[in-house]
Design a binder for this molecule. Sequence first.
Ligand code: E4P
Length: 217
Amino acid sequence: MKFFIDTANLNDIAEAEALGVLDGVTTNPSLMAKEGITGAQNILNHYKKICELVTGDVSAEVIATDYNGMIQQGEELAALHSQIVVKLPMIADGIKACKYFSDKGIKTNVTLVFSAGQALLATKAGATYVSPFLGRLDDISTDGLHLIKEIRQIYDNYGFETQILSASVRNTMHVINCAKLGSDVMTGPLSSITGLLKHPLTDIGLVQFLADYKKGN
Ligand code: E4P
């Protein structure tokens, strides 16, 4: 399973990249705003900085909600850097734009997916990635993992090649459960990746090994 980091924070991206396990980055307008990145040109510059920090795919989201606007913004984003994936909302014009970009060989990520039907439409439109929002479903007492399972089954039934990018991942158990279900990618905050490192027996064992080494030297 690929690990993407879901942030626009350059320090967090650099830290995950330095760990050597990062496969890409996802962002959204809220994550950009959280870092204080505002204004079209600043946002474009920030995407470039992210691309220079990592080697994998970087999802950059359009703001337009109409077909022509999405095409114009998506073209501009894709022209920024070869690692850019155009992120499009799961609405009718987003699906049309997805088909347009996939026909042109430009990578796409269909976002804000909350049902298996939406995921089916995204793959029919040739999406590179589909982003079901696991955590936001859990937030409203709906089993987000069940959606990942349904999409996996549907895509496997027909050999659809769209990669399931489990999004809105909030913690390490989300990561592990996504892996169990065969999600192709997960995207979450830095803590969802670094949290996987932790086990008290590892820490206790290491202290013991070092203490025993010192006794013999
Ligand atoms: C996906 O691409 C989104 O950026 C993200 O995963 C949303 O996560 P949230 O529900 O924690 O905001």
